[in-house]
Design a protein. Structure first.
Length: 230
């Protein structure tokens, strides 16, 4: 995108700065001690960076328009937002309730992601990207939002559900950020091929599965040994 309008230049500068910030900050938040001050501080900075990325991406994408980028910006930020909000919803496992903000954000993200799937399948020319890419990203967005919405109704039974949700959603938002970065940079070399968009998901989703499995084993109740029973 090349535009001489002042507002566009300002938004683009903020978008790029926030995007670079998110790339640099996410690894810091991931390696710092979970629950510690540094982890919370850098995690919050990452959330704000992702918010700035989404807020600036939406008007730029809608102006041209590039509907695909606009719709992806919504669920990429929601993933980070949901990862943050679940820390405030730990009592769901004890019968607590989600707030109207949580419901509204989840429903809006689910609907926008469903729209992305529909447009990608039936009207791919309107999203300016290969149809299968839009379908995959739309389904990912729907899954992220639906998992959160379901947890609001069918209360989680696992005590540490919030830990897994926090981990999965923040890493998911980082995957989305890498996807956008890859498409902007690598497409200049390889063109708009499906793998330019999807390689971060191909690498990142298994990483989420493996990491979640690791922590589930770590938090699993330990079986009493024979000595302790006797």
């Amino acid at each position: 995108m090349h535009d001489t309008r002042l507002w566009f230049k300002v938004f683009l500068a903020i978008h790029i700065a926030a995007g670079i910030g998110s790339f640099l900050i996410a690894p810091i938040a991931l390696v710092t001690a979970k629950g510690g001050k540094l982890h919370k501080r850098w995690g919050m900075v990452y959330l704000w960076c992702m918010g700035a990325v989404a807020i600036t991406a939406l008007p730029m994408a809608l102006f041209y328009p590039v509907l695909f980028l606009a719709l992806v910006a919504i669920f990429s930020f929601y993933s980070a937002f949901a990862g943050y909000r679940v820390l405030r919803l730990k009592d769901l496992a004890r019968g607590g309730s989600a707030t109207p903000l949580d419901w509204a954000a989840g429903v809006f993200t689910f609907c926008s992601s469903a729209l992305l799937v529909w447009l990608s399948w039936f009207h791919p020319e309107k999203i300016q990207v290969i149809g299968i890419v839009g379908v995959v990203f739309g389904l990912i967005g729907m899954r992220i939002a639906s998992n959160q919405l379901i947890s609001f109704v069918r209360k989680p039974k696992e005590k540490m559900f919030w830990w897994y949700s926090h981990l999965q959603n923040f890493i998911g938002s980082y995957i989305a950020a890498w996807s956008a970065f890859s498409a902007v940079t690598l497409s200049q070399v390889f063109g708009s091929q499906w793998y330019v968009w999807l390689w971060p998901s191909i690498v990142g989703v298994p990483a989420i599965v493996v990491t979640t499995a690791y922590y589930k084993r770590k938090f699993a109740p330990r079986k009493p040994t024979v000595a302790s029973v006797s």
